[in-house]
Design a binder for this molecule. Structure first.
Ligand code: FAQ
Length: 325
């Protein structure tokens, strides 16, 4: 299948150019925006980096919801900083996508009208304060496992954005673990809230890595081009192996009776999420899809006057420059 997919993309481009391009990838050279690249490589990057940017932006919503209700001033300041970081990540990633010849406005329109996706995880609600700890610990934890290898991805602007993003993500995961630890070590009621958050978010966190390898449509080609460095299942396994000892440390349980150390494989066995739920969520039918897109559409509409104002200023400056020449 792997060779077949590479071949099918190859037919769309000049074979000599394609071979030279693949040789550069195989030598671990970075591809920069002005370099020749196959059309499929450009499209795949726009899809993946654009989807990643949208995830950072939409991902502010479930946490932003709790800024005014954080239990202490310290937790509020930390959460505020984290949510602002996510906005920054979205902006670096939009910039990286723009180097591929698509504008931020076009990307935003594709998000708002449902042509582009964002991560499935952000279609689940954050119902109590412990969810904020669980999001930082599990969701940012999963994001780091996915993003650390992407620092070595073949496209220069994406790789450089990932280096910066990963530094901030590791603070996010630590603050999340600290917040959930506090709840797990708190009163019986607080511990119950922490367990409830883990029960609801564990399987959605596993889904973040994408469908199982047999159902992943893009992995083979994306790995040949080093847009992705690992398969979805490889990264999911890494996440499970990292998280099981942490849950034991917290004195909480994972909602999966299938978790068991497998001596032969040197990994934990675990149960798959309900893949029909995943495909339903990415089709737009998750618990919060409608709300998330409505919030982004409203923000875009409400911000129109700012964009118009900035554009008017830029137009005036350009006209003055022409007049002065
Ligand atoms: N959600 O063939 P594959 C974060 C779609 S950042 C929705 O395996 P691929 C930080 C996929 O697009 C989280 N859709 O796809 C944060 C494709 O559909 P399409 C975002 C998904 O691209 C924390 C179809 O399924 N991170 O959390 C998902 O090779 C807290 C077939 O799948 C990134 O985007 C999903 N989970 O592999 C922010 C990382 N999975 O497009 C705020 C970069 C798959 O053909 C608060 N992206 N699909 O219609 C990647 O590494 C890859 O794109 C994968 C998916 C691994 C996500």
């Amino acid at each position: 299948m792997y060779a077949q997919m590479v071949q099918s993309e190859a037919t769309k481009d000049d074979p000599e150019k394609l071979a030279a391009f693949q040789a550069r990838i195989d030598r671990d050279e970075k591809i920069e925006p002005k370099d020749w690249m196959p059309e499929g490589y450009r499209k795949t990057l726009i899809r993946q980096i654009g989807q990643h940017a949208h995830s950072e932006i939409v991902g502010q919503l479930p946490e932003g919801n709790w800024i005014t209700r954080a239990p202490t001033l310290e937790r509020k300041a930390i959460l505020l900083a984290k949510v602002q970081d996510e906005a920054g990540h979205g902006l670096y990633l939009y910039c990286a996508t723009e180097t591929l010849g698509v504008s931020r406005d076009e990307l935003t329109e594709m998000l708002l009208d449902g042509r582009m996706k964002y991560s499935s995880i952000f279609n689940y609600p954050t119902l109590n304060w412990a969810d904020i700890g669980a999001v930082g610990w599990l969701v940012d934890g999963a994001a780091i496992i996915n993003q650390v290898p992407l620092q070595r991805t073949s496209f220069g602007p994406y790789s450089r954005a990932m280096i910066r993003v990963c530094k901030e993500e590791s603070f996010h995961a630590r603050q999340g673990f600290d917040a959930i630890r506090k709840m797990a070590e708190g009163t019986p009621e607080q511990k119950k809230m922490a367990q409830n958050a883990v029960d609801r978010l564990w399987f959605p966190a596993l889904m973040m890595f994408g469908p199982s390898d047999k159902d992943s449509t893009h992995s083979a080609q994306s790995m040949a081009w080093k847009i992705k460095m690992n398969t979805n299942d490889e990264l999911r396994q890494k996440f499970v192996d990292q998280t099981v000892p942490q849950i034991e440390f917290l004195g909480l349980d994972l909602p999966d009776d299938g978790i068991k150390w497998n001596e032969e494989r040197g990994h934990y066995d675990y149960s798959d999420p309900d893949w029909s739920e995943f495909f339903d969520v990415i089709k737009g039918n998750g618990p919060c899809n409608v709300d998330r897109l409505a919030a982004r559409n409203k923000a875009w509409k409400d911000g129109a006057w700012v964009r118009d104002g900035l554009l008017a200023h830029a137009r005036k400056k350009a006209a003055a420059k022409v007049a002065a020449e």
